[in-house]
Design a protein around this ligand. Structure first.
Ligand code: ZN
Length: 510
């Protein structure tokens, strides 16, 4: 297939440029001195322009036309068909979105972010509102340009969670809320309390790192094709499957932060490290709409893996029965007199709180629903930016029974809207829901999987995930991967059963 090969060589160069951008991004977030910010933004802007020009060039169109003829008779689910189709769709979107609009969104993102930070520091939403109004109006323009059938939010979801819609989210969230609110009520009525006082001590950073990294490698993280650094906001980013970076943040006065933070990023890293090598530098390891080199197929699917390894494996009783001994040997003074069961409850404390990133597994999704409902309203015009603090606080009271003392602990807490990333919040909850579906399917399909987890052998689970999800890169959508691996569609059932079983045991009724 010489035309397909020619297209792939051309695309590989574009993927290389995107990976170079990712290296510059990683550096900006991990090692760059603050003074480098302005020139770094220019470097990234120039590279983004070069990539966009290359990808939308006549050369791409000519090579793609020829390659499409070569694969015309192949079956629909062949990788070759899928990579060309994705390239064709991305070219279509690119042609519909005016370059000035994309540039304006990027520019506004860099201007709005420090304004948001200042507004947050001063607990002053009014200061951020004009920037957010501009951001919402540009994002609505973007949605119109991308195109949608039912709701402008659908256009945004195409970028982050292809196949998902506002209507689909509404159905899922209504069902979830129907289970989460009664569970939370029951937990709050239980006399049980998580023994979180055991964290009220100093846990030296180097020892936290050693423990967490050892577990990451037991999960299957390959340090020969990745590394771990520190950053204020933990993240994972890959420069192909052969160089996958994770970061975490250590707080010597709060042990769970770095440990579970690293388990979370390890889930993302396992996905990237296990994409099939044949997909490296192809469309199927490239987000052509986001102009970003990544192997995972969607935000939600990526998040399903971080949450599966962090929460469903790493926060399980089985896990701590296996590994608490090693943690105790790492911190003999701090953890003397504590047992695995006590520690397990301490890391699964459920308590409504104001801040999303500090939320537990049960209340987390209520934080996401609140944000998603606000975003839907902003996009269809039923909520105005100036009403946000009021709507936020009312929903916070409805879902969690709390009212923020100020907007810094309320509507201003997340960075997302200042970047212009409207449409990403729901993918966190989609990740939780899909993670439970995948784990349930793996347990049903792999004989002895539960026993292997009990023996701290993570290979069978990782291999099932690799076979069913990771290796395919971006060849299939999340919905297709669900159907292929579980035989079903998106379903809140396994996630709500998982939460009910786990937390009814931790929080018995009085
Ligand atoms: Zn994540």
């Amino acid at each position: 297939m010489k035309d397909l090969d020619a297209f792939r060589r051309w695309l590989a160069g574009i993927n290389d440029l995107m990976n170079a951008m990712s290296v510059l991004n990683w550096d900006a977030r991990v090692t760059m001195p603050p003074g480098g910010g302005e020139t770094r933004a220019r470097q990234l802007g120039t590279l983004a322009e070069v990539i966009r020009e290359r990808f939308s060039s006549d050369t791409t169109h000519r090579l793609l036309d020829a390659a499409e003829k070569e694969v015309a008779t192949l079956p629909d689910d062949a990788y070759k068909v899928r990579e060309l189709r994705q390239a064709r769709e991305a070219l279509g979107v690119l042609a519909r979105v005016p370059p000035e609009l994309s540039a304006e969104l990027v520019r506004l993102g860099s201007v709005a972010q420090p304004i948001w930070a200042e507004a947050k520091a001063n607990k002053d939403f009014v200061r951020f509102a004009p920037s957010l109004e501009k951001m919402v109006s540009l994002t609505r323009e973007l949605a119109e340009a991308i195109g949608y059938d039912a709701h402008p939010y659908d256009a945004l979801l195409k970028q982050y969670e292809p196949g998902m819609t506002a209507a689909g989210l509404n159905t899922l969230f209504t069902e979830l809320r129907g289970s989460l609110l009664p569970l939370l009520k029951r937990i709050q009525g239980s006399p049980a309390r998580a023994p979180t006082h055991i964290f009220d001590q100093t846990f030296p950073k180097a020892l936290q790192r050693a423990f967490a990294l050892n577990i990451a490698e037991q999960f299957g993280f390959d340090p020969n094709r990745g590394r771990v650094d520190e950053s204020h906001h933990p993240f994972e980013i890959s420069f192909t499957r052969n160089d996958v970076r994770m970061t975490t943040r250590y707080n010597e006065r709060y042990l769970p932060g770095a440990i579970f933070g690293l388990f979370h990023e390890t889930g993302h890293a396992l996905y990237e490290q296990n994409v099939d090598p044949s997909l490296t530098r192809t469309v199927l390891a490239t987000d052509l709409l986001g102009m970003y080199a990544v192997g995972g197929t969607s935000f939600g699917l990526h998040e399903s893996q971080s949450r599966l390894w962090e929460n469903m494996v790493g926060r399980s009783l089985t896990f701590w029965q296996n590994h608490f001994g090693a943690l105790q040997a790492t911190f003999p003074d701090q953890l003397s007199g504590v047992d695995a069961e006590t520690f397990y409850h301490a890391v699964n404390d459920v308590k409504p709180s104001l801040i999303r990133v500090e939320a537990d597994e049960v209340t987390y999704n209520l934080h996401i629903m609140l944000r998603t409902e606000l975003e839907l309203g902003l996009m269809d015009g039923t909520i105005a930016v100036r009403e946000l603090p009021e709507v936020w606080n009312a929903k916070m009271q409805d879902y969690l029974g709390l009212t923020p003392p100020d907007d810094s602990a309320g509507v201003l807490q997340d960075i997302h809207w200042s970047h212009g990333h409207i449409g990403t919040f729901p993918t966190y909850t989609l990740g939780n829901v899909m993670a439970a579906q995948f784990l349930e399917a793996a347990k049903a399909q792999v004989p002895g999987l539960t026993a292997s987890l009990k023996a701290a052998d993570y290979a069978p689970l990782r291999e099932w995930l690799t076979e069913n999800l990771y290796r395919h890169g971006r060849a299939y959508t999340a919905a297709e991967l669900l159907r292929r691996s579980t035989g079903g569609t998106l379903d809140a059932g396994p996630f709500t059963s998982y939460l009910n079983d786990k937390y009814e045991a931790l929080y018995p009724e009085r």
